[in-house]
Each structure stands twice: as structure tokens, then as C-alpha cells.
Write a protein that binds this ligand. Sequence first.
Ligand code: FES
Length: 334
Amino acid sequence: MLQDERGRLVRREWAAPRVARELGINPDAEVDAQRLAAEQGLAPAVLEYDRTRRFMVMPFVDGEPLEADWNTRPARRRAMHELISRLRSIDPSPLPTLDVAARLLELHDRLERHAPERARSYRHELDWCSERMALIGGPVTALVHGDLTPDNVLVRADGSLCLIDWEYAHRGHGDEDLAGLALATRGLDEWSLAPEEFDVRVRARGLLDDLWRELAAALASDARPGQTRPMPTLKVIDRDGHEHDVPARAGVKIMETLRELDYGIAAICGGMCSCATCHVYVDPAWSGKIPAPMSDERELLQELAHHKDGSRLSCQIDMTEELDGLRVTIAPDE
Ligand code: FES
């Protein structure tokens, strides 16, 4: 998170869509959760949220990070207890529910794609947790912060607490937040309900964190130069006329590459050939090297105000090794 003390505002940016998808990040849910908590004074208000450009702006919170030994301070324990109770009393219905057992399997599958050997080492504990989480089930009623550790709690001057970084926020069991805290500290016994059930939640929560960290590391090493096969290059001219050389994965639509760029496209329909927000102009030198548009693409293009020779929907063009050097210009917004 970037903190701009001069403007007293904080701008938070999310990872590029492909990385966010792989990690299971859902910015919409995070923003909804933060808004719910902000209504109760438990989080900074959301002043602006731009889902296309993947950032949000919130007021700067004048506070100190929660002390590492907060659990030994009676006043902080009381404040944290109060915070948890208030989180549990917020109606979380606008948020998606997280099924922890399913999420464990999902994360593991993703890790398997990027780092199969590392994924295998989790198999045993994953089965243990998934089985027991599925047996536990239980009421799903509370707003869950998703990473409620001391790093994400600010103490304001008046001693009140403010929650930041609402990553992986969801609707779930209230003990999931306590499980996060239990991993970071000790002595939460008086807040837990059934000790055995709570222990399973703590282990599942720890496993979620571990799998997520492994996956993030595997994605980062995938992206490290020299560790992957060289990718073909897309030459992209942005709306200000600047040209950029962008690595583009072969075998996926070029829209997927363009929408990860700050100066790229929106691709609102996700490639369904219905929004035209992925409109580009293909350089004439390349137009004969890519397959001609199908009728639905042609029809959509003809409706556009900025349609001209070379107009294409980038969600309909597959990147290939042969298209290394393909030059496209991002069309103006309609
Ligand atoms: S992404 Fe919507 S038409 Fe291409």
C-alpha cells in the first residue's frame, strides 16, 4: 500500500489481473468488505474505486501499527476483543462466501500448475484439513477480514483500532479471523468456541497462508527473466502515441496481454465478443498474417465510431510465435 502523507490519502493498487486471478484475489469483494467495515468506523472509507484501472483511494489513517506484543496488554486485548465482536455483528450479505475446504483445493491445484513438486509436499496436510473442514461446516454469518494479523491493524491516537488491507475478505465463520490471530500470537483461548473445531480452523488458515505464499513465489519466479522460455513480443502503441515492447504469451488471446497493461484495454466482457472495449488497430504490415475476423466480430466492429482499416477485437486474435513483433495500436475509448 502506498501512503501519501502530503495529500493525506492512500492509493492502493491491485496486482495485474492474471496474477490476481491465480492468487484468488477479488478486488470487488475487498472493496465491499471495507465499505461495510468503514460504516462502523472499523476501516478507512473508500473514496474512489476504479475496477478497470485496479486501484482505490482512501483517507490516510493517522495511527501506529498494532504492537507485536499486543496480546500481553490488557487495553489492547480489550480493544481487539471489541473489534472482533463488532466484525461478527456486521451483516456480511453483500459479500461472497468462502468455502475454506474448496479454497484449499483450489489453491493447491493452482500451485500444482506452477510448482508441481512444491504442491506435492502439501498433499497430506491438505487432505487432513479439507476432510475436517468439510465435516465442520457450521454457520456462515460473519464478515471476515481474511488477513487479520497485527500488521493490518492500526491503533489511532484515541486507542481505537482501524483495519487496513482487506485482502481475501469474505463472508465466513467468525472464528476464521481468530484463527489468523492465533497464528500470529498465543492465548486466544477465551475467544474460541469449541477447542477442537477452532484448532482445525487454525490449521486450515495456516495452510491457506502457506499455499498462497508458495503460489505467489512460483508466479514471481515464472515472471523472472531467464527462467522461462523467451516470449514473443507485442509492439503496443498506447493512446498517447507511445510505443512499448510487451512480452506476450503464445497460445492466449492478445487481449489477455493488453488488459494487464496500465495503458491497456478494459476488455469488460472478458473475450465474449460483445463489448468492443478491446478494440485495436493492427498495423497494415501484419494484417495479412492473422486470420480474418468472423462475422460476429465484423458486425461489432462496424458499429464502432472509431472503426477504420485494421480495426480488430484483440480478444479474437491468438498470439503465436509467428506473430512475434506484431504491432497494434489501442483504439480510442468509444
Ligand atoms: S473483450 Fe469484449 S469484445 Fe473483446
